[in-house]
Design a protein around this ligand. Sequence first.
Ligand code: ADP
Ligand code: MG
Length: 681
Amino acid sequence: MVELSDSVRYIKGVGEQRENLLIKIGITKSEDLLFYFPYRYEDRRTPTKISSLRVNKVGEKSLIIARVAAVEKRSTNRKKFTVTSALICDEEGNTAQAVWFNIPNLEKTLTPGKLVSLYGKVEFRGLWQITSPELEVLDDESDANLGIMPVYPTTSGLSQKMLRRIINSAIEAVLPKLSDFIPENIRKNISLAQAIETLHHPSDRSVWAEARKRLVFDEFFLLQVGFGLRKRMIESKAAPNIIPGGKFNSFLASLSFSLTAAQSRVLNEIVDDIKKVHPMNRLLQGDVGSGKTVIAAAALCAALDSGKQGALMVPTEILAQQHYARLSKMLPNVAILSRSLNTQERKSVIEGLKTGEIKIVIGTHALLSENVEFSSLGLVIVDEQHRFGVLQKQSLISKGFPLMHPHVLVMTATPIPRTLTLSVYGDLSVSVIDELPPGRQPVETRAVSNSKLANVLQFVKKGARLGRQIYWVCPLIEDSENIDIASAVNRCDELRNCLGLRTELMHGRLNGNMKNSIMQEFESGNIDLLVSTSVIEVGVDVPNASIMVIEGADRFGLSQLHQLRGRIGRGAEKGWCILVSNPKTPEGGERIEAMTQTADGFKIAEIDLKLRGPGEVCGIRQHGITDFRVADLIRDRKILLEARAEAEKLLDSDPELKSEPLLLKAVMERIGTALDIAGTA
Ligand code: ADP
Ligand code: MG
């Protein structure tokens, strides 16, 4: 008796060697075999008569049932290379030839008179020939394995035929033991077991579609229930209530501009949340340059007003320095925690956070370090949050424990479609800044080929003469043997020599203080041309920089290009973005094309989604949340919304899933770890 949770080893046909091959394709438990679905099917419902083979069908695979008339085995000149060919004859008396290469002893199986079923590609060479077909020897016609055949992703050493057989044994042995974890009233008119069996062996397209729908729903539903549980778990915690006061108001009054309508709306949503005694858990989306930082700063002021500490975590050193420079001018008791501090400075910041003397800290991953403790952490803000993993965020948040669960705001400049938001950040409330500050002129984006570099240099020179500052972005720090593209280091030397501008180099391997001082010089206008790698991609804000040249532009991802471009067009001058490349792949070309067509981050995100798929776009591939077995986030949006609604309805009536233990178990097993809720519910 094999159980669902038993190793695949216990399934008929699996020995040690095959077990290892199965592990290679991600299958360890018997149950995994049930959910290992075909990626396509072959229609072998009706055998083709030799007389009805057609030249225009050449190259397509056909199923032929016929008798062996004669067999011949030849060795060719090449050593050990054998060809076995069989003349076959079907019941109408028409003949064709079947050919196999290097299959030992085949002639012993294929004795004349045997009835065989052959499936393979057919060609016409004076005679119909079927090459390297799958072979089955039949006792009689009714023995033939007719139907729609599943084709599974497999690995070398594990044949399609073998994998099919193993999966079929699993269906026979353990599928009956699989219980349906979807509550009865939500179940579609097809049971889980039936849906699984159908997906492996559909009898036609419509039953397949029905079964697939059920399994897609299940995947979305489990995820949405998981999000719902997580959301409710967080909402049940106690949080310090934060009431905006004097510092909050004077911060807003000190701004040289007034907030856009979208910014005001979003700030209200945040303030409403943090006033409550349960934690905020909110995502703030806004395109590059939409003004998220001001909102974050205002929220931190509110924390100060209530005597609570606030932490702002950012992905890069440069960004930390920049936020620190701004906020420390406006607020008291602000500190920075990053790798650029020396041991003494670091020690005193850590001490200050522990005693509560320091109220606001801005930092990089350094904030996650174990010895960082807070006396009363009330608000955690994570900027460019896609750069951090779920567990990293969680580890910062948990620094507010055991006293309180802090309010959490995560910010992202990668706007994504709503359905995707639901399936990636399904536990978060969402605020969107869908408006740019007034007076922004769109950045003019041009694509040019490498051969036009001289013109680009002229353009840059002219811009610099007019007082503009320039970013020049290269894909690599140093020259590489394999990649024929100028590196930042070399380009910087060349540009310095040929343009006579004040030119500096910036890249990720410089030490923190060095980066810091270069950025300060650039910001204060003492550098004209900053040659850099993509380290300036996130958040950097130097409004006077209005020209950006990106070399090897086809090597960057679309959202990365959009982020890079977001560094310019922040001031009064019109921004110019020059993409220099000779794209080597069609996708590279499409990315460049998209950049010249639109500046709308939302559209860029949709195109990116099409080109790369959701996992990459959201940077969540590693957590496995969207690694669906059947579902497709783009194609199946409607089912996602349906699953979301059903999950919410269920949790509203039964927040702890007391009446659905099987469902709870399934959620925990599949996504409990990814969502960090395993063992909590
Ligand atoms: P984001 O982080 O969303 O990319 P920032 O917060 O860096 O954007 O803001 C971009 C620039 O716009 C900054 O220089 C900021 O001072 C300015 N800014 C923000 N809000 C406004 C506003 N309402 N009106 C004018 N300028 C603004
Ligand atoms: Mg920002």
